[in-house]
Structures are given as C-alpha cells and as structure tokens.
Design a protein around this ligand. Structure first.
Ligand SMILES: *[C@@H]1O[C@H](CO)[C@@H](O)[C@H](O)[C@H]1NC(C)=O
Ligand SMILES: *[C@@H]1O[C@H](CO)[C@@H](O)[C@H](O)[C@H]1NC(C)=O
Ligand SMILES: *[C@@H]1O[C@H](CO)[C@@H](O)[C@H](O)[C@H]1NC(C)=O
Length: 655
C-alpha cells in the first residue's frame, strides 16, 4: 500500500516537474540555484552533469564492492567545495532520515540512495524519478544487478537445432518489439537499438513473409537470428539469418516491429534489479526503471541491521538473516550478557522469484556481511568475514563451504573483509584478543578494571589469505581497531597495487585515526594520521536524535570511523572521517614524500561505510543525512561511448 502511495506521489511529482519545465528558462533557472526544492534536492550549479551511457558494464557503480578496472576513466572531484553539483536530504529536514549504505549509479548515471524511509532514484541532474517505501527498515546496503549479473546460473543458453522441439521449449512467448511511445520522441533509434541486440531471435508475424526474384527468404512463423546491426548514413539495420531457407535479410531497425516479434529464452535472462533486505526479515527485489517490486520473500523473523550488504551474482541473491539471540553474539561469550547485533545465517535466494535455494550458517555470526563474488575453478563462489574476523568461501549456487578460517574467539570487529581481484587475496581486518594482560572486567564499566571489549586503543590486525584455498599468507599488526579496507593503485605509490586500511574506533572520546598503505606482501609502505575524535558522539548525532526519534526512526547513524577508502582513476585517495569531513589526499609531485590533503569538505556529519561512488564526470557521497553529488571533469566522449545530454523528453521517458 505504502509503495502505491509513493508511486502516486511520484506521479504527482511528474506532473509538477513537467510544469516546472514549462516555467523554466532564462532567468528563472538562477532563482533555483541554492534553493531546496519540495523533494529535498538543492542544485548548486548551473552546469549540469552530462549522462554518459555505460556500454561495457551495465551499471557504473552497482555496489560498494565495485573496484576500478584498468583503463577506466573515473575521476573524483578536484575541489570538494567548489565542484558540488547538487545535493539531497529529506524534504522535511536534514535530520529526518538516515541513508543506509552508499549511493549506487546505474548505466545511465541515475543515482539511487536507500534511506530509513525510502529508496530513491534521481536523474544525473538531481531530479527525483521515483521513491519506493520498503516493507521495513532497510537492514543492509542494497545493490544494483544488471540483467547479466542476475542471469540464472550464468550459463549460456544451449544452441538447439533450429525448429527442434528443444528449441521450442527453450523459447518463451513472443514479445512486442518496442514500446509504442518510443517512435514518437527524438530518442527512438537509441531506444530500439537497446532493445534489439545481436543474438536476439525474431519470429515472423502472420502474413509477413517475404519473396523476391522467386526466392522465399522467410515466411510467417519462421524464426531467425539477428547476426549483426549495421549503421549506415545514420540508419540502423539488422541483419537477420533464416536457418530454414539459409538466406539472410536486412531490415531497418525502426520497421522491425511491423514484421517481427522478439523471442525470449525461458529462464535465462532476468531483468535488471535492485536487491535489498529489511530488519523485519524480508529480502526484496525492485525494478530500477520504475521502482516496482519484483518479489519480496520473508527469510527470517528478524534481521539485525544496519550494516553490510545484500548482493547477487549469477542468478542468486545472498543476504544475511536470523538475528543472533544466542550465546554466540554475547560480547564475551562465557560471561556477560551484552548482546551485539549480528545475524546467524546467510540465505541464498533465486533471483528470478526470491525463492530460497540454500542457507549457510557460519561458525560465528556476521555483522558487517559484505559478499565478494568471483569464479573459482568454473564455480561461482563468494567470500565474506564474520564478527570475529573469521573468513569463508562459499559456493554461490549450492551454499556449500569451500574453505574457512577461524577468527579471534570472543572479539567483535566492525570491519568487513576485502577481496583483491588482482592477486586473489582475501584480507580480514580483526581485533587481537581482549586480554589486557590477564585482567579485565567482562561486565564492562563501572569498575576499576578495563572492560573485556574493544576501545579506541584495542590493537588489531590485517591477515591475508589465498582466496583459492584459504591458506594464510601474512599478517600485520595495527595499533587501533581496523575500520575499512580497499585495494587500488595510488599515484603516490607509482600506481602499484596497495591495500589501504583505515584504523580507528568509531564515535568514542579520544579515538585516534590512521590510514595505512600496505603492499601485497604485508609490508607497511605509508602511514598517515587522521583526525582524533574528542567526543563520545559523532557529529550531528546529538542534534539529530530528537528529530529522528520523533519521526520514528533510528536515533543514531553510528558511522564507522572512516569510510571505505575510494581511489579514483588518477590514483587520488578520497576518505570521509567520523569527525564530519571528507578529504582528497594527493601528492603534487606524485612522490610519497609530498602526500597531503589537497581538498576538504566539512559535512558536519559522519558517512556511510562505502560512501563514495564514481561515474564519468560524477562523484556521489552519502553522509549520515544527505547525498552530495559532485561534478568532476566534463566527459568528452573519449571512452568511445555515446553521450547525450538529458533533456526534458528523455526524463519523461523513464516512466
Ligand atoms: C557487422 O557489420 C559491420 C559493418 O558492415 C562489419 O564491419 C562487421 O564486421 C560486422 N560484424 C559481424 C560480426 O559480422
Ligand atoms: C572466559 O573466557 C576467557 C577467554 O577465553 C577466559 O580468560 C576466562 O577465564 C573465562 N572465564 C570464565 C569464568 O570461564
Ligand atoms: C572544480 O573546481 C575547480 C576549482 O574551483 C574548477 O577549476 C573546476 O572547473 C571545477 N570542475 C568542475 C567540473 O566543475
């Protein structure tokens, strides 16, 4: 019901925006700059971010585990105060909702943000496109899945003999070739081209056979395959081969729908989707284009939130569930009763309909559950770590354990593990056992002994494992609890691959923070000091608490001490710190000696974990209250990709 109401709201918004577009033009534009509109969006710049369509991977930034790939050209903002393009916070006030996880950016550069009240989709220039109210508090960061990533089992559909019974079986019902509206607007060629792809199968409509010079090319009911799409003089044509007659024919793309229907394979391609979970135990998928729900499954009674991520790979969605209520999630297992939020079970669901495929119970519960997917001897697997920094490799399609390594008994790390695709290491970020000599007070304060729990000066470690067999490779001690890690190439490390680990206990008085740069062999190459926290509450938390309680939400955001580090394609490092500042670290002469903060933005708010996302010409950051979108450089088509500026008609077409 709520979803429907929001949909109605989105439609009203549509009407309002169409009106606004009519009203716009000339000087009116200027009035809007710097003013919050009724959707909570503020546009700070007259220069609009230009959408660049992604033709290689479907989404620019599908989730927080996205790594920059070699040769990608995604730059961060040069000047964090000057380059802000637009921002969003809850329309009723800055404190009225808390984002969950970082922004996601789809292949057309629309930005998605999940928050306690709704998931929202914005166009690249900051127009609200839809909002979806989930069935409960979002429990973990959602992820965007392209149709390829959600394709069941990831298996290429088998080639059957044309016209055979097997082929009949595998081909699903015919589909109309294009939405009617596509031909009426300026974007028609683009739209149709995205619909018909090389490899698609077409069926001839009744009465639409074709003869020429006494030769039959195809007749009604024949099935052909699109073998090429050519562009000549601005016109696009599909080359179709007809197995029954052995002929090829050429047809203009815009006229295809008159003669042919599109055939879809059964059960192989799934639609693009966004997946997420809620604290009342649902895992759900929504359609990114419209915000409509595809399915929702109740997997557990309660799910602990809000940390970690829900994600999917090759037709399987994995999500943590079953809030831990037994001895395993007490802080010091054998003695105290301090419950820590954690989940006991990982669920594997079929991306097609949300039905359960398997469940897996790790040795210790998970809190910051972030799955990293890869192929391992032709089998899809994922890696993750638990609250004790134990780590696991599990098969995506069966939930079978491939290998695991134990963490440190009785400890509780907030940091998720990190997978490095380059050297196939999996890194865990854990705490050393809380022994403090041999005396500590397991019941915590008050007392004269230190508590048996982590604090700002609890030492931690980074351990590297070979992700292929789980063998330990090295471990390095760090002085404070680790917060987040990422692998990437820094310009002041000659673009060599490094593991960047941030350290710091979150939101506590006298909590120092540091950043360590570690090479693939475990040696520390650099260390920078970050700000020290001088309060027991992260910035904004006290001011916001009453508003948050009044609106029925969580009263605290509880950010981690640092965001997951983000490295752009130039090798600069972007980091948000719990004191409410985001920084760009660089080195003017590219040497390690001159590394410094070259730009800063004070947000007065902590940040979400994987807060920073990149797309061409865009960098988006999620804080504990807002979304901030920076314009980076002007995308100039050097990707060899198609560019277009979003105009009013293409915005409308998204519905
Ligand atoms: C498709 O057509 C183009 C233009 O005629 C040609 O350059 C290209 O090689 C063709 N591709 C295939 C796979 O036949
Ligand atoms: C509880 O476990 C800790 C760590 O294993 C140990 O040092 C301590 O003596 C145990 N306490 C009790 C009462 O068993
Ligand atoms: C970013 O800010 C710098 C410094 O003010 C400016 O020179 C540059 O043009 C800005 N870039 C964009 C894309 O707005």
């Amino acid at each position: 019901m709520a979803a429907r109401a929001l949909r109605a709201f989105a439609l009203q918004f549509l009407a309002a925006s169409a009106f606004a577009l009519v009203m716009r033009g000339g000087d009116n534009d200027e009035e809007k700059i710097g003013q919050v509109n009724q959707y909570g969006v503020t546009k700070y710049s007259k220069r609009q971010i230009r959408a660049v369509r992604n033709v290689q991977h479907d989404n620019w930034w599908p989730d927080g585990t996205r790594e920059l790939r070699a040769g990608e050209d995604l730059e961060g903002a040069t000047d964090l105060t000057e380059n802000i393009s637009w921002g969003w916070h809850h329309p009723n006030g800055v404190w009225n909702t808390i984002p969950v996880g970082g922004p996601m950016i789809d292949g057309n550069m629309n930005v998605y943000l999940a928050a306690d009240d709704a998931i929202r989709k914005f166009s690249p220039i900051g127009d609200l496109l839809w909002s979806y109210a989930p069935r409960g508090q979002i429990a973990a960061t959602p992820a965007l899945l392209s149709s390829v990533a959600s394709t069941l089992r990831g298996v290429e559909p088998p080639e059957f003999k044309p016209g055979s019974a097997e082929e009949e079986d595998a081909l699903e019902a015919e589909e109309e070739l294009r939405p009617e509206w596509a031909s009426r607007v300026g974007t028609k060629v683009q739209r149709l081209e995205t619909q018909v792809k090389v490899g698609d199968r077409l069926k001839v409509r009744p009465g639409m056979g074709y003869h020429a010079d006494g030769v039959e090319y195809f007749k009604a009911g024949d099935k052909g395959k699109v073998t090429n799409i050519t562009r000549e003089n601005g016109e696009e044509r599909a080359i179709i081969t007809w197995p029954r007659t052995g002929y090829e024919s050429v047809a203009g793309i815009v006229t295809l729908s008159k003669r042919f229907l599109l055939l879809k394979r059964r059960g192989t391609m799934l639609p693009a989707m966004m997946v997420a979970s809620t604290t009342n135990g649902y895992v759900f998928a929504i359609e990114p284009e419209t915000g409509e729900e595809l399915w929702a499954t109740k997997v557990s009674e309660r799910t602990a939130g809000v940390k970690g991520a829900t994600n999917g790979y090759m037709g399987v969605i994995v999500a943590a569930g079953e809030r831990c209520e037994n001895h395993l999630c007490y802080r010091f297992r054998n003695q105290t009763n301090k419950m820590i939020p954690a989940n006991n079970v990982i669920h594997g669901l079929d991306a097609a309909d949300g039905s359960s495929i398997w469940s897996f119970t790790p040795r210790s519960p998970v809190w910051n559950f972030v799955p990293f997917f890869t192929m391992h001897h032709h089998t899809a697997v994922f890696f993750f770590s638990d609250i004790e920094a134990g780590c696991y490799c599990v098969e995506v399609h069966t939930g079978k354990l491939v290998w695991s390594q134990q963490g440190t008994l009785g400890t509780y790390t907030q940091a998720a593990g990190v997978y490095a695709t380059g050297n196939r290491h999996f890194y865990t970020l854990g705490h050393r056992a809380y022994d403090y000599g041999d005396v500590c007070n397991p019941a915590g304060p008050p007392g004269i002994l230190p508590g048996c729990e982590a604090g700002p000066r609890t030492p931690g470690y980074v351990k590297a494992f070979d992700s292929r067999n789980g063998n330990p490779i090295w471990e390095t001690d760090v002085p404070f609890p680790p917060a987040n890690g990422v692998v990437g190439a820094l310009r002041f490390q000659k673009m060599h691959s490094r593991l960047i680990v941030t350290l710091g206990y979150s939101c506590a008085y006298n909590s120092p923070t540091e950043v360590w740069v570690i090479d693939p062999f475990g040696a520390r190459r650099m260390q920078f000091k970050g700000p020290t926290m001088w309060s027991n509450d992260c910035p904004g938390e006290i001011e916001a608490a009453d508003y948050r309680r009044a609106t029925g939400g969580r009263d605290k955001c509880e950010p981690s001490s640092w965001t997951k580090p983000a490295i752009d394609s130039t090798g600069d490092l972007y980091l948000g710190n719990q004191v409410g500042t985001i920084q760009r670290w660089s080195s003017p002469d590219d040497t390690p000696h001159a590394v410094r903060v070259v730009s800063t933005l004070d947000t007065g708010m902590g940040f979400q974990e994987a807060a920073i996302a990149f797309a061409p010409g865009m960098m988006a950051v999620a804080t504990c209250s807002s979304l901030i979108v920076f314009q980076t450089y002007t995308a100039n088509g050097s990707f060899g990709q198609e560019n277009w500026a979003l105009n009013e008609s293409s915005v409308k077409n998204l519905y």
